[in-house]
Write a protein that binds this ligand. Structure first.
Ligand SMILES: [Ca+2]
Length: 217
């Protein structure tokens, strides 16, 4: 095997492992701020607070913008992805502040994934909203419970970036309040046998190439 072939195998194996191993920064807001996260729809309604978090000391608090129209707010992170690979996004969501500030009519909150190509064009998205088991709304029990949310989605052809989104949606024309809380997020590839076989084959080919190289010298 030529040196070029070996380099290609190394590049594919290393880059595959890097994309595969991309993880969220500050997934539980334990820096005490929004380090690693980018905000959208920020009208002073996005906070990191130390109020009964699901894990650690801090959690994210969102509420609507109170503009009198439909509005969306939240935070996100962009990570590399591989077309055809399946990813799992998960985390804990809570309806309101403990014993108060529960979501009122027209307020919802949920996890979302968006897929982008190399030019930054959005190729599609998946919203994990299926109450009462997934996502929050004004019918979510007012029991101060952190609810585990988790869903899988497959990156479409051409996708090189996945945007992991935590979103609070207000879809009305009034000023109904209530907060949604997020903590202990996680994002990663769902191991698939074919992918791992590919990685193992790559590593085996590399080892074989090294062995052959040694015998020839
Ligand atoms: Ca936390």
């Amino acid at each position: 095997m030529s040196r070029g072939c070996r380099l290609i195998i190394i590049a594919v194996t290393v880059s595959g492992g890097w994309v595969w191993g991309a993880v969220l920064t500050n997934p539980g807001f334990e820096t005490g701020d929004l380090t690693g996260w980018t905000t959208f729809g920020d009208n002073g309604n996005i906070h990191v607070e130390s109020v009964s978090p699901q894990e650690g000391t801090y959690a994210l608090k969102l509420y609507q913008q109170f503009t009198g129209t439909t509005n969306y707010s939240g935070v996100y992170q962009n990570l590399p992805c591989i077309p055809g690979a399946t990813y799992r996004s998960s985390g804990y969501l809570r309806n309101g502040y403990p014993s108060t500030d529960y979501l009122q009519t027209n307020n919802r909150a949920f996890l979302k994934l968006e897929w982008y190509d190399a030019s930054g064009t959005m190729l599609g998205f998946v919203e994990n909203y299926d109450p009462p088991s997934q996502g929050l709304d004004w019918n979510t029990p007012q029991d101060d419970t952190w609810r585990f949310n988790s869903f899988d989605a497959t990156a479409p052809a051409g996708a090189v970036t996945v945007r992991v989104v935590l979103i609070h949606a207000y879809q009305g024309s009034g000023y109904e309040g209530g907060s949604s809380w997020f903590d202990n997020l996680n994002f990663g590839a769902v191991p698939e046998p074919g992918i791992w076989v590919g990685m193992v084959v790559g590593a085996t080919m590399l080892a074989t190439a090294r062995a052959v190289g040694r015998r020839r010298t």
